[in-house]
Design a protein around this ligand. Structure first.
Ligand code: ATP
Ligand code: MG
Length: 407
């Protein structure tokens, strides 16, 4: 069929078990976020391009290569959101919510990046995420990480992931570290990728996050930040580690974690797995104390993470199949009306029920059996409740049904 339309490269349909996995991840995360006192927000899927271009960093992969940016019919430059944090901070400012801190935000929804599609990497993908805006203490960082850890536990995949934490320090620490990195990478400049030569001038820290194999080999031996931390930054980092331990969250320190976006300071972390090949990061985040101010708001510190739902969905066991609705089947045309009444009665009583729409009773019963329904109500001169698992049947009245089928 030459003119059959195809889904756009890098996009996926969520149907059947894929959908069940996806929504199981979202519902689990939503429930756990509530447990920690987070409320769900939804911000627009497209924003003024500057919401991202001004904040994510002009040398970040996302801004240089991955954004879906277009001009709309009114001539405005819009961008499909590549991540969740910038939009949440924009909403915090434009909604005047900086007056009522802390704000504890959970979100779930689609993100868009122009990347080479492969397993665990799509152009429309989906994230769950949280942002904790207001508090500047490492307790907030530890709580946000602990929330992520609990979600991974409840999804049954904590055993497959490892938490890597690092600090990016404060501005002074990073300036010190930057000098050390420039000295190191300048002495190996000829071996750097073209992208990283540019990064060396604009933002040398970004080289640590390079995916280029040649760069990676150099990064192995690059200096680490710890010796360059100010006393304040070191105290913050120690506070994070001791609070994580108090929360019972296991971690390893990993000086290579810098995160791909420019707005991070102090805490940076990733939950990584070996089970997904190259796409090993399932949940990632950090502290972004300057971001809200940089966007034109007051000075509001923040900490958060985002996690790829597709990657989490691949790691979890198939969620239990939902019980199928009770099948309400008229034994012949003259009982259609009564069957509809019973259908209503069951639904009013909070019992999932459906009817077969067409076909004779035998056909409908076959379909009900195939669908995996547990029960059928056969509506004729008598009403019978049929257990489809063992084939047994009992006489009932319409009035008895809700009680009989209720949990
Ligand atoms: P990666 O290094 O894999 O490109 P990233 O650093 O670009 O990840 P973040 O911006 O931190 O990713 O996004 C947080 C999470 O969102 C990632 O850890 C991953 O689980 C998921 N994610 C990011 N990009 C994609 C994508 N294109 N397809 C599917 N999931 C993605
Ligand atoms: Mg990426």
């Amino acid at each position: 069929m030459a003119n059959q339309l195809q889904p756009v490269r890098g996009t996926r349909d969520l149907t059947g078990e894929d959908a069940a996995r996806h929504f199981h991840v979202v519902e689990t995360a939503r429930r756990v976020a509530r447990l920690y006192g987070f409320s769900e927000w939804q911000t627009p899927i497209f924003e003024d391009t500057r919401v991202f271009s001004r904040t994510l960093g002009e040398t970040s992969d996302v801004v240089t290569k991955e954004m879906y940016t277009f001009e709309d019919r009114g001539g405005d430059s819009l961008t499909l959101r590549p991540e969740g944090t910038a939009g949440v901070c924009r909403a915090l400012i434009t909604g005047g919510l900086t007056q009522t801190l802390p704000q504890k935000v959970f979100y779930a929804g689609p993100m868009f990046r122009y990347e080479r599609p492969q397993k665990g990497r799509y152009r429309q993908f989906h994230q769950i995420g949280v942002e904790l805006l207001g508090p500047a203490s490492p307790l907030a960082d530890a709580e946000v990480i602990s929330l992520g850890w609990r979600i991974l536990n409840e999804l049954g995949i904590a055993k497959d992931v490892e938490l890597h934490i690092n600090t990016l320090g404060d501005a002074q620490s990073r300036a010190n570290y930057r000098d050390a990195l420039v000295a190191y990478f300048s002495s190996h400049a000829e071996k750097l990728s073209e992208d990283s030569k540019l990064r060396l001038e604009k933002n040398p820290l970004r080289i640590l996050d390079s995916k280029d194999d040649g760069d990676k080999a150099l990064v192995e031996k690059a200096p680490v930040i710890y010796a360059h931390l100010t006393e304040e930054a070191a105290t913050f980092y120690n506070g994070l580690k001791s609070t994580l331990t108090a929360f019972g969250v296991p971690f390893v320190e990993d000086p290579r974690i810098v995160r791909g976006l420019d707005y991070y300071n102090h805490t940076a972390f990733e939950f990584v797995t070996n089970a997904l090949g190259a796409q090993g990061t399932v949940m990632a985040g950090g502290r972004y104390d300057g971001l809200v101010e940089q966007m034109g708001g007051p000075n509001v510190p923040g900490i958060g993470w985002g996690a790829g739902i597709e990657r989490l969905s691949m790691l979890i066991a198939a969620p239990p199949v939902m019980a199928q609705p009770v099948a309400v089947i008229p034994m012949s045309a003259e009982f259609e009306g009564q069957a509809l009444e019973i259908l209503n009665l069951l639904r009013n009583g909070n019992i999932a029920a459906e009817t077969g729409y067409s076909g004779n009773a035998k056909k409908r019963l076959e379909r009900a059996n195939k669908s995996g329904a547990g029960f059928a109500v056969l509506v004729g001169a008598e009403i019978k409740l049929k257990n489809l698992a063992d084939g047994s049947q009992e006489d009932v009245t319409a009035e008895m049904l809700v009680k009989r089928l209720g949990a």
